[in-house]
Write a protein that binds this ligand. Structure first.
Ligand code: DOR
Length: 445
């Protein structure tokens, strides 16, 4: 049963919308959770009309990498506040990372997160299961039990920590391949990043910060590709951050290897560099760290050509006391759900690296396929599930942390003007965002 299935069915007419930003505006009728008709006449009977005024209609975004902080750190984010932020950001499915407290390494925790998402009915919340017990990297968690639970977990990750023991990683790839699971690796050799605070390079040296060298990521990515091939498992590389990772993945994907390898890049690694660290503002502290201009351009190119499959936010809310402190004590991570679209438009679409179809590919279709979702990331076409986002492409807005839906405020984009506004989001045929405001009535069941 999919989320929101028991909620009242509604008929919504999206007037004057442009699927994939192409052609003349059309009317699109949504009924019973699906796209019923494209080019529907003006006199169909509906419950709601959304005036698109030529806005761009895309499949709803899918985020493979979201930290919702529930259970344990509800002072930073809850499933509810994160789901609102996701809907406002144009997302119709998010994958909630396992580094909660307690850790999502068992059926009880993943079912709690999953149920909370269903109750809210704003976005499909898919819990990610931990690979190892307590994220400690030594003993495999109850992967099969989580997969068989009501949450039907398919993506497993110790994100925040690397599964650095190659034997544990091998076993995780073997085990999850038996039921079509994916291991999402936070690639960071911990021996190379002891006390690391910033990308290892000239800026870190100047600022007196211990370096996080790119090979700490690249060596784990290379090792894990080989393990994925050896086990015929499915590896997903979290937050690729260096040009070396992009180069390796390009070379690897050009070869004829068993197994499956996919990779994500975050919006912040597509836009921001370690030059921002000069002010020592911990809002710029993130793991993996912001790197150089060359890395940013390599990542953009790799995303455009498909070497990197998708964009994932790594939305990482942190409470004020964990961010508003000295650099070395601050937690790494930044908000991302409500700014991802704007950053991807600015870094990929405005420079001509991706068109709207390309944006749909990297923010919706590829992530949905990587996670094995069948009702997300589908084409905007008659008969398809109505998980959709309507983007006002002419609108520009200024990021204000206080106006974002997250409980935490750690956005690195404060005061920045970004293109593109989410005018409406539809989850399983129901409006979750209307006129840029979250629509709660009718949500949940
Ligand atoms: O910056 C990060 N924050 N990177 C991670 O891998 C974990 C995340 C978090 O949980 O805050």
């Amino acid at each position: 049963m999919t989320q929101g299935e028991n909620a009242p069915a509604s008929r919504v007419l999206l007037k004057d919308v442009r699927p994939y930003g192409e052609g003349e505006p059309v009317d699109l009728l949504v009924a019973d959770g699906r796209i019923a008709e494209i080019g529907a006449g003006p006199d169909v009977e509906v419950d709601e009309v959304v005036h698109g005024e030529g806005a761009v209609l895309l499949p709803g975004f899918v985020d493979l990498h979201t930290h919702l902080r529930e259970p344990g750190r509800e002072d930073a984010e809850t499933v509810e506040s994160g789901a609102v932020a996701a809907a406002l950001g144009g997302y119709t499915a998010v994958f909630a990372m396992a580094n909660t407290d307690p850790v999502a390494d068992n059926a009880v925790v993943v079912e709690h997160v999953w149920r909370r998402g269903r109750e809210l009915g704003l976005v499909d919340v898919h819990p990610v299961g931990a690979v190892t017990v307590g994220l400690r990297g030594t003993q495999l968690a109850e992967l099969g039990t989580m997969a068989r639970s009501a949450a039907r977990v398919r993506v497993f990750s110790d994100d925040g920590h690397c599964v650095d023991d190659p034997l544990v990683m091998r076993r995780a790839l073997e085990y999850t391949s038996a039921f079509g699971g994916v291991v999402a690796q936070h690639a960071e050799d911990p021996r190379l990043t002891v006390r690391a605070q910033a990308h290892e390079g000239a800026n870190a040296a100047r600022l007196g910060l211990t370096g996080w060298p790119a090979p700490a990521e690249e060596s784990i990515v290379a090792r894990d590709c080989m393990l994925a091939a050896h086990t015929a498992g499915a590896l997903h590389v979290c937050h690729a951050s260096s040009s070396g990772t992009a180069d390796f993945l390009r070379w690897w994907k050009a070869g004829d290897h068993a197994g499956t390898v996919s990779a994500e890049v975050t919006p912040h690694h597509l836009l921001l560099t370690d030059e921002l660290l000069a002010g020592y503002d911990p809002v710029h502290k993130v793991n993996p760290p912001l790197r150089t201009d060359d890395d940013v351009h390599a990542l953009r190119g790799a995303l455009a050509e498909g070497t990197l499959d998708c964009v994932a936010t790594d939305h990482a809310p942190h409470a004020e006391q964990d961010k508003d402190c000295e650099w070395s004590a601050a937690r790494p991570g930044m908000l991302g759900l409500q700014t991802a679209l704007g950053v991807v438009l600015r870094t990929m679409v405005e420079p001509g690296l991706l068109d709207w179809r390309g944006l749909a590919r990297v923010m919706s279709e590829r992530p949905a396929r990587i996670a094995g979702l069948t009702d997300q990331g589908r084409p905007v076409a008659e008969g398809e599930p109505a998980n959709l986002v309507l983007v006002d492409d002419e609108h520009r807005w200024t990021v204000r942390a206080a106006e974002l839906a997250s409980i935490a405020t750690n956005t690195p984009y404060e005061g920045m003007e970004l293109p593109g506004r989410v005018r409406a989001t539809l989850s399983h045929g129901r409006l979750t965002v209307r006129d840029g405001v979250v629509a709660r009535e009718g949500a949940g069941h």
